[in-house]
Write a new protein. Sequence first.
Length: 399
Amino acid sequence: MYVTRSIGVLDPPIRLLCGTGPTNPDPRVLRAMAAPVLGQFDPAFTAIMEDVMALGRYVFRTSNTRTFAVSGTGRGGMEAAIASLVEPGDSVLVGTCGRFGDLFVDLATRYGGRVSQVTAEWGQVLDPQQIDEWLKRAPAKVVAVVHGETSTGMLQPQLGEIGRICRERGALLLVDAVVTLGGVPVEVDGWQIDMCTSGTQKCVGCPSGMAPITYNDRAEQTIASRKSPVISNYFDLTQIQRYWNPERLNHHTLPTSMTYGLREALRLIVEEGLEARWARHQRTGDALKTGLQAMGIELFGDPRHRLPMITGMFIPEGVSDEAARARLLEQFGIEVATSFGPLRGRLWRIGTMGYNAELKTVLTVLTGLERVFQSFGVKSDRGAGVVAAEKAYHSAARG
């Protein structure tokens, strides 16, 4: 009586995923995930874990021994970082200018931190001097900053300066690089980042389910010298790191197929080369922005600090947020994202990440947007966005 015969064979539709994640993985990643499952202590599988660690160091630009992946989404990596670094009563300074800075505030508060904030308006970025001035007045154990704020499409500049300030003031710098890793420079060692977390489903180019993380000796010593146990067992980095190191101390069972996928996604980044990959994301994002502006669409946020892989655009007047996104999905198979908080219903965010950071993605999206907006009575020159985007892309490719 509990089984229904109406449930048929799984056959999900094909979509072009141009929201803020997940994105479409490279077919080679999906093929890797279809490989035979191995046991978690099989030497063949632990060798794959070692590969993930080595490849992760390349992508994070670090020599940190402790470079691995937390089982969970990007949020899981953020929580593991906060849970392990922050003890009840610890002072935590969070830079907030969007939803994911707010998430750091929430996590640090839940784990008992005494949280302070330096803020900027949504669509702006933090000034490192804000952090320096605050730390002069009130020292903090941890400073948490979002590198790429996907809720607004902004890229936080001067992380190296923030890292220098934190080192000078005796604070640990924790960075959320969920959207930026693999898409723009992330220089963990060069910027003196003590702990950096990411996710697999954005520019890394894998399905969601793991959170790459790296941290240095300063962070590890802070965790090891805790006066109280990490409140969360699952997100306890003292235990997780022992699973990834040669001890292979069991903590949980890694998602085997996801680990295969992450290995292949990271290998593809190495194969392409980081600099070439960063340039591809920049070229594609710039082409999309140029195309949207040629259609008369207003972009969101400070133009000096826009993420290349997430483009924030104001919804044209007279266009229904939900109805237009539904038409785009149903008629063209394209997914784009709405926004949060004060921007919900006013702003769309379009992602061109990983495998989708290509001109063909941009041209497809612009064509779909033009048709959908015209159905709401928005006037624009036919094909103007496509022509402008193509010109911008090829001009950038020629250098």
